[in-house]
Design a binder for this molecule. Sequence first.
Ligand SMILES: [Zn+2]
Length: 234
Amino acid sequence: MRILALILSLTLAGCVTTPVVVATPTAPRPAPGPVVTRSPTQAAQSFVQVVEDVMPVARAACNARTQGVRCDYLVVVDDRMNQPPNAFQTLGRNNQPVVGFTLPLILSARNDDELAFILAHEAAHHIEGHIARGRASARSGALVAGALVAASGGDAIAVREAQDFGAFYGARRYAQGFELEADSLGAVLAEQAGYDAVRGIMFFQNAPDPGTRFLGTHPPNAQRIANVRRVVGR
Ligand SMILES: [Zn+2]
């Protein structure tokens, strides 16, 4: 597996929302909060090992569960230290699935199980087709909302505003469900790759909890942890 260190300037919602202060070589991370327990070299070696273990399992699952979808994942690292700890999945050139990690996320993971779980979670988003399903949901949300306002006599501006809100609402409506789906499949993939998914999702135990915010993109941390425990039967 080739790992590229590249600068990604994609406007994406990442999957790991952990606005923690990131340690830099000159600014030790303050306690409490996630603590960097490994040197950058150790963290990099761990990440390479985790990619080598998890991605063949993810690729096989992708091939088995999808049709007409590329499964040749590209794993990339955004090596800017001033980025928040984050991971994401997107589609690259010719719809190649791309999974990205920021370097601060790699450094803030406390163990290989956490790295493996997050990597498997991102790979699972692709297998579950969440990008396409999110777009479809946004499109149908825009259609329905625009049609409702038009039917009630709204002018073009009102229809347009309704379409924008409908698209936003449509995209958000399923976001939390997508996260739980990615957690569930990701847990299975991580365990198949030899990692402990319950230990892995504990990464989120100390992360800021998105709570039950209306239209939030992520479920509460406790719900995610309970879901993974259930999936792996613990
Ligand atoms: Zn996610």
